[in-house]
Design a protein around this ligand. Structure first.
Ligand code: NDP
Ligand code: 1BO
Length: 317
């Protein structure tokens, strides 16, 4: 019998499992088994995106686990994201249908704008000119949001969220929408604690989802100079005290802060490890020690598109 994960409640009344499975860089060949294993272990929330190129495999795994009776559709919560080359009105309508078809679903539990920047449409997902420079488009993310509101009205999506938006961009959506974002997904771990953005979101009834909660040690552009969260000496001491691992402490820290958290793994043993975080509690002192490790280190800076007018990292949060 699988263990169960606590739910958070969104401002629109929808509940969502606080712990989910990340799937960025989960490759074809690995991801079907990983999603099946995750569902067997008890994960009920799966995070994907058009840009991850694995929605089709995730759809196969989800369908198999529904057909073998492990779960029903309404016990699962699937998030996907609108990619940067699909921001214009016609493209948003197209993108949701593509994602739903690949995932073999009638609706998404949550749909997010993946990044505020739009790239030129109709080409590859990272469109570049002959000099390797990204080709931007000038679509305002407010246009995308208005279509996403229609997707909710059509029943194709239950909740709307934003990913990689800064506080000003989130506020601009709130001020110009009829359906408010219930969730903001951003990079967040002990080395990038996002405490200011968390407070900002909390004041507006938005729940934060922590991506790269283990400071993803395999981000493709990482260098040997990047800090290594999983080797952090202070967190190692806390983990040893509780008979837990550093990843488990990092995940637990997010849960106790009230965030949703979506660690990725394709290995069954790690999926179990990352799920096994509901039988211990970090003390107030542990929490403070972990908070103190913050160094505002951001792996997903995307500074190669920093000239885009909507690149989100020009302001502190
Ligand atoms: P994570 O911090 O979850 O780290 C994943 C990496 O850590 C993988 O290399 C994984 O390897 C390894 N790992 C997982 N568990 C353990 C463990 N217990 N011990 C040691 N190593 C471990 O990084 P992600 O960037 O993947 O973030 C999680 C999810 O957040 C993504 O998969 C995606 O769904 C979402 N995300 C969203 C973004 C956005 O722009 N909205 C951007 C980035 C992520 P292995 O698989 O081999 O176990
Ligand atoms: C380009 C990075 C996308 C991760 O969600």
């Amino acid at each position: 019998m699988a263990k169960s994960v606590p739910f958070v409640k969104f401002s629109n009344g929808q509940k969502y499992p606080q712990l989910g499975l990340g799937t960025w860089l989960s490759k074809e060949g690995d991801v079907i088994q990983a999603v099946k294993d995750a569902i067997d272990i008890g994960y009920r929330h799966i995070d994907t995106a058009f840009a991850y190129g694995n929605e089709e495999e995730i759809g196969i795994a989800v369908k198999a686990k529904i057909e073998d009776g492990t779960v029903t559709r309404d016990q699962l919560y699937v998030t996907s994201k609108l990619w940067n080359t699909f921001h214009s009105t016609a493209k948003v309508f197209e993108a949701i249908d593509v994602s739903l078809k690949k995932l073999q679903l009638d609706y998404l539990d949550m749909y997010m704008i993946h990044w505020p920047m739009s790239y030129v449409e109709g080409r590859e997902i990272f469109p570049k000119d002959e000099n390797g420079k990204f080709i931007f488009a000038d679509v305002d993310y407010l246009e995308s949001w208005k279509v996403m509101e229609k997707l909710v009205q059509q029943g194709k999506v239950h909740s709307l969220g934003l990913s990689n938006f800064n506080s000003e961009q989130i506020q601009r959506i709130i001020d110009n929408s009829t359906i408010k974002p219930v969730n903001v997904q951003v990079e967040c771990n002990p080395y990038l604690d996002q405490s200011q953005l968390m407070n900002f979101c909390k004041e507006r009834g938005i729940i934060l989802t922590a991506y790269s909660p283990l400071a993803n040690p395999t981000v493709p552009w990482k260098t040997s100079d990047d800090p290594k969260l999983l080797s952090d000496e202070k967190i190692k001491i806390i983990a040893a005290k509780h008979g837990k691992t550093v990843p488990q402490v990092c995940i637990r820290w997010q849960l106790q802060r009230g965030n949703m958290v979506i660690p990725k793994s394709v290995k069954r043993q790690r999926l179990e490890e990352n799920f096994n975080v509901f039988d211990f509690e970090l003390t107030e002192e542990d929490m403070k020690t972990i908070d103190a490790q913050n160094m505002n280190y951001r792996a997903l800076h995307l500074n190669w598109v920093s000239e885009h007018k909507y690149w989100p990292f020009r302001i502190p949060f």
